[in-house]
Design a protein around this ligand. Structure first.
Ligand code: NDP
Ligand code: GDR
Length: 351
């Protein structure tokens, strides 16, 4: 690979990870190209601060309209951009939503990955472009062993995870069949103030902000006992980049190695705003309530339960530490604190 060209193509650039990755790559001097979907309203809020008008000399950030469900469009963009690194972050990424839109989820998350890999082959870019696939701890699904590492068997528990399982293996297959420098990052949950509003951490921190400012009374959640290994997205995009800088492609777990319940995150986040939660007993699910003095602030709504749940995720990041020199830097209390502060500031600014 020519050392002087550093051109990245990022699918999912408008998402949480895409925005942090774009910042990282630009800071490292890359020419960054992103694929964004056409939408009826603006969907570039997370990356607007990076956008330079393409007529400005030296602009190194470009957006292209596209979609992982459109093969001809992917081929055209790849042919134009000639990336040296491709980060495939685009996906229908919401597990609960995948039960409602399983076919679309498979189309974008599984076949979308195949389309991108085929585009690389069709254009003869196997030796010039490195490929990163956004794989996920959801692959582990029904617990087979803990902590989960690169050798733990997969057991997907949702249409999302099943689609990502296909993507994981097609990446491995293209590496073995065609010598592509293609790697999977098996990333455990990572959050930030830019996390989508319907994922549980952000849903909680937004509610903490609204409740603390007197704009909301009650927060409805689903399974409070699910355990997740949560880190900060900024740390994880650094890991993605490091994976593609290796001489040899491979698969890596990125995780903190610690696991906490949704209930615990709730406690941390509410404590940040000085709101004590009076839980109505441990393990309450169907009718569980938690009270701030005299006032119910969190209730369980079974509508948020999933047909099949992933009960326990805890990753073993030893290989990433050893080979990539990567480890997380942000603790869960620090993450909760940053997210709550950002949501309070945002709500005040919009008041
Ligand atoms: P987000 O949901 O924040 O972002 C997803 C991105 O994919 C958005 O830019 C979205 O565009 C885009 N997208 C969705 N469907 C398509 C499509 N059909 N064609 C092109 N682009 C599409 O996810 P995250 O940033 O959190 O995650 C990034 C990737 O990492 C995803 O693949 C996710 O599945 C995976 N992952 C995430 C983890 C996490 O904890 N965050 C952990 C492990 C894996 P738009 O803005 O228009 O919706
Ligand atoms: P997850 O994230 O499914 O792990 O997928 P999410 O934050 O949606 O759920 C985490 C856990 O919280 C429980 N939960 C709730 N979840 C949501 N969204 N809303 C609720 O009200 C609620 N109440 C309880 C869930 O049941 C679950 O157990 C994320 C996504 O980013 C995927 O794309 C990624 O692959 C994985 O993380 C790793």
């Amino acid at each position: 690979m020519p050392e002087h060209r550093k051109v990245a193509l990022v699918t999912g650039i408008t998402g949480q990870d895409g925005s942090y990755l774009a910042e990282l790559l630009l800071a490292k001097g890359y020419e960054v190209h992103g694929i964004k979907r056409r939408s009826s309203s603006f969907n570039t809020g997370r990356i607007d601060h990076l956008y330079h008008d393409r007529h400005v000399p030296g602009a190194s950030f470009r957006l292209h309209h596209g979609d992982l469900t459109d093969a001809t469009n992917l081929i055209r963009i790849l042919a134009q951009v000639k990336p040296t690194e491709i980060y495939n972050l685009g996906a229908q990424s919401h597990v609960a939503v995948s039960f409602e839109t399983p076919e679309y989820t498979a189309n974008s998350d599984a076949l979308g990955t195949l389309r991108l890999l085929e585009a690389v082959r069709i254009l003869g870019m196997e030796k010039t472009a490195r490929f990163y696939q956004a794989s996920t701890s959801e692959l582990y699904g029904k617990v087979q062993a803990v902590p989960q590492d690169e050798t733990t068997p997969f057991y997907p528990r949702s249409p999302y995870a099943a689609a990502k399982l296909y993507a994981y293996w097609i990446v491995v297959n293209y590496r073995e069949a065609y010598g592509l420098h293609a790697s999977n990052g098996i990333l455990f949950n990572h959050e930030s103030p830019r996390r989508g509003e319907t994922f549980v951490t952000r849903k909680i921190t937004r509610a903490v902000a609204a409740i603390s400012l007197g704009k909301q009374d009650t927060l409805y959640l689903g399974n409070l006992d699910a355990r997740r290994d949560w880190g900060h997205a900024r740390d994880y995009v650094e890991g993605m980049w490091r994976i593609l800088q290796q001489e040899t492609s491979d698969d890596y777990v990125l995780a903190t190695g610690e696991t906490y319940t949704v209930r615990h995150f709730c406690d941390l986040a509410f404590a940040e705003a000085g709101i004590a939660i009076d839980w109505q007993g441990e393990g309450v699910n169907e009718t569980g309530t938690c009270k701030k003095t005299g006032k119910v602030v969190v209730r369980v709504d079974p509508a948020y339960f999933r047909p099949t749940e992933v009960d326990l995720l805890i990753g073993n990041p030893d290989k990433a530490k050893r080979v990539l020199g990567w480890s997380h830097t942000v603790t869960l209390p620090e993450l909760a604190s940053e997210m709550v502060a950002a949501d309070i500031a945002e709500l005040k600014a919009n008041a």
